[in-house]
Write a new protein. Sequence first.
Length: 110
Amino acid sequence: MTDTPTCNWPSKSGKSYAHEIYPIRTIFSEKVGNYIFCKKNAVSRWEHQYIGQAKNLKERLGNHEKAPCASRHGATHIHAHLNPIESDRLTEEKDLIQNFNPPCNVQLVA
C-alpha cells in the first residue's frame, strides 16, 4: 500500500486517521488494519457506510457480511489504514464510528 491517494478521517476524540483509498473490488494483501466502506457524495466529499477493523484485510474484505448493506448505500471505495496493534485498531474503529454513526454499523455507536 504505497503511492495511493489518502483521506484523513476525523474522529470523535479529535484525532485524525489517514486512510489509503482503493476501489471497492480491490483484493487486499494479508495485512492488519482499519477500513471504511465509502462513496463520494454530490459535493465530492467522502461518506462512510461501514467502519471496521481486521486482523487480515484480505480475508475480512474478501466476503464481508456488511458489503451488501454498504453497496445499497452506494459504497464505491474502501479506505484502509494499516494498523498492527489490536488495541489501537479497536480504539480507531470505535472513535470513528462514534463520530460518524455509519448506516451499516450497528455496534459501538453509544
